[in-house]
Design a protein around this ligand. Structure first.
Ligand code: ZN
Length: 120
């Protein structure tokens, strides 16, 4: 993994943990979309948590992740699990990176203006 790749992974994980990113709810605040409704399952809230934990679009990938780490992935517990176990951290991060980069592509590849300034 080169430096740029590592940075991109960290950026996506940071977006996920902070609830920002290229998602409808976020874009809605900047009036880029008319509605913050998920285009896949019509959920009224389409944010990072929705895409990662609740959306039908990622159901099979999420299930594969749960089998992989032998834990349920719930927003209330997954961050604690990630911090305690490096393998879980890696597996969840890979899943989040996949969800984030696909979601960005789905919306036409536009990056959020805050993403480049909210790095940890
Ligand atoms: Zn959805």
């Amino acid at each position: 993994m080169d430096e740029l790749e590592a940075w991109n992974c960290r950026r996506h994980t940071t977006q996920f943990l902070s609830g920002h990113g290229c998602f409808g709810y976020y874009l809605h605040r900047f009036k880029k979309l008319d509605e913050a409704i998920c285009v896949d399952c019509k959920s009224l809230i389409d944010d990072a948590e929705h895409a990662t934990f609740h959306c039908d679009r990622w159901w099979s990938s999420k299930r594969a992740l749960e089998v992989d780490i032998s834990k349920p992935t719930e927003p209330e517990t997954v961050v604690d699990e990630m911090i305690q176990n490096k393998e879980i951290w890696r597996a969840v991060k890979k899943f989040v990176d996949m969800v984030m980069s696909n979601d960005k592509k789905r919306r036409g590849g536009e990056d959020s203006p805050a993403a480049s300034t909210s790095l940890v």
